[in-house]
Design a protein around this ligand. Structure first.
Ligand code: FAD
Length: 140
């Protein structure tokens, strides 16, 4: 069988999730993989200076297949362009998933079982809708 080695030594900078994943992938193709990390890595799962984002509260929102979560929203995500000044009114009246300023117009996504009102068009849901929908569900 032909060797899969492509080199003797690979160097990865940073031992965060990205660096360690890359090192794991490279290990099959190099004799040696060296990971350079500026922090002294602790032996326990504790905060460290090199990954300050680790102090933020994290939580698992959903488990399962992303495609299933998207499918569950099919036919329930509605979009329309609205004046930015009207967004708060829409928030009061509907379950607004997201607002996005595009080309000077605010595009809102609303979660509803039927067309919320004239002017809304049905759009295919995506993972962003899943994420904001789950946040809204938990906040309710
Ligand atoms: C404020 C904030 C909040 C976040 N919240 C979430 C969240 O809720 N959910 C989520 O999934 N993701 C979140 N993320 C994103 C997630 O943290 C990153 O996507 C992930 O940590 C990136 O992994 P990484 O390995 O690429 O980089 P990092 O985890 O940042 O790791 C980089 C590593 O490189 C090392 N390093 C840096 N410079 C050098 C150098 N010169 N020499 C040697 N080593 C070096 C660092 O010490 C560190 O160990 C958040 C990010 C931030 C900034």
């Amino acid at each position: 069988m032909a060797s899969t080695l492509v080199g003797k030594k690979a160097v990865v900078i940073g031992a965060g999730m990205g660096g360690l994943t890359a090192a794991g992938a490279l290990a099959d193709f190099f004799d040696q993989v060296i990971v350079l990390e500026r922090d002294t890595l602790p032996s326990e799962p504790v905060h460290r200076a090199g990954t300050p984002q680790g102090r933020h509260v994290h939580g698992l929102l959903l488990s399962g297949q992303p495609s299933d979560a998207i499918r569950a929203l099919e036919g329930r995500v509605w979009q329309r362009a609205v004046p930015t000044t009207a967004i708060e009114d829409y928030r009061r009246r509907f379950t607004v998933l997201s607002t996005r300023l595009t080309g000077g117009r605010s595009i809102i996504h609303v979660l509803a079982d039927g067309r919320p009102e004239e002017g809304f068009e049905s759009v295919p849901p995506d993972l962003e809708d899943v994420y904001f929908g789950e946040l809204r569900r938990r906040a309710a």
